[in-house]
Ligand binder design. Structure first.
Ligand code: NCD
Length: 309
């Protein structure tokens, strides 16, 4: 059974195919012929953490492919009674669910569970603590590709709370494998990783230095819910040093595109003028979430015997 937890165990060919299929679906995600592809399949969304765009776009993606969707939130289900993740997954499998999309606050919870138990159902990681968020990285890559026309040779800056960001971690796994060679990380020291990760060309606290010559910048929210006991700068200081606004954006290449996975804390990591400005790709990212998740469902359900093309 193939699961989608991160990009580590996907071959380059599979990664390329996911990107290609995402871009193909993005041309016309509501094409009625796609509704035959997963007809009769059941997808469950199992979210132990808050989400708007990720949960809804997995749901829209499954529906676009003709699947039925069940949404389970932690409140109002047996999770509140203390049921374990494994028991909940087994329960859904016993009812005939084909794929389960899981968001969970514990880092690597799915990796650990699947290393111990061979669950005979496709599992999709929709974000695990400070771990991975691979569907977000796929939609980010596809958004960059569709707006710039290529990924090879791009200079990308990831800015903000890198240390607690599963979005940054998944992008650091995916983008170098798609040809992005120059990735820079910037933010306050306490929100940067302790050791500079592999494939990163520069890690700095200096926003101007990081942005110099950049083709794209990905802004991240401070993950307050995952931060305990760290001294953080005030909002005003943070925006002054690491906020993207019309003047700091000038340090990048003219026309540099701006990404943010959302939700945005306006006037903290990004000003209103930039968030709503012509260089922002935030709407395109949200739209790309649907075809990216369609491509993921296709990959998983194809490998379990359904041929889709
Ligand atoms: C991100 C997440 O949940 O990791 N959001 C998302 O999926 N669109 C980023 C965040 O919460 O800051």
């Amino acid at each position: 059974m193939l699961h989608f937890l991160d990009f580590n165990n996907l071959s380059d060919a599979r990664i390329q195919a996911l990107l290609k299929q995402t871009l193909a679906y993005s041309q016309q995600p509501d094409n009625p012929s796609y509704r035959q592809l997963l007809k009769g399949k059941i997808v469950a969304n199992l979210f132990y953490e808050a989400s708007t765009r990720t949960r809804v776009s997995f749901e829209v993606a499954a529906r676009r492919l003709g699947a039925d969707v069940i949404n389970i939130a932690a409140t109002g289900s047996s999770i509140e009674k203390g049921e374990s993740l494994r028991d909940t997954l087994e329960t859904l499998r016993a009812m005939g669910v084909d794929a389960i999309v899981v968001r969970h606050p514990q880092t690597e919870v799915l990796h650990r569970l699947l290393a111990k138990h061979d669950l005979d159902i496709a599992i999709v990681n929709a974000g695990d603590g400070c771990g991975q968020h691979p569907s977000q990285a796929l939609l980010d890559a596809a958004t960059l590709h569709s707006s710039i026309g290529r990924l090879a040779g791009l200079k990308l800056v990831i800015a903000g709370d890198i240390k607690h960001s599963r979005v940054a971690r998944s992008n650091l796994q995916l983008l170098p494998r798609l040809g992005v060679e120059d990735i820079r990380l910037v933010g306050p020291r306490q929100l940067l990783p302790e050791v500079c990760p592999e494939n990163v060309s520069l890690m700095t606290e200096d926003f101007a230095e990081a942005l110099s010559g950049a083709d794209a910048v990905m802004m991240l929210r401070i993950q307050h819910e995952r931060i305990d006991g760290l001294e953080l700068p005030s909002v005003a200081d943070y925006h002054q040093r690491w906020g993207l606004n019309e003047s700091s954006l000038k340090w990048a290449k003219p026309g540099c595109v701006v990404l943010h996975p959302g939700p945005v804390n306006r006037e903290v990591e990004m000003s209103n003028a930039v968030a709503d400005g012509p260089q922002s790709l935030m709407r395109e990212q949200v739209a790309m979430g649907v075809p990216a998740r369609m491509a993921i469902f296709q990959l998983l359900l194809q490998s379990s015997g359904v041929k889709i093309d």
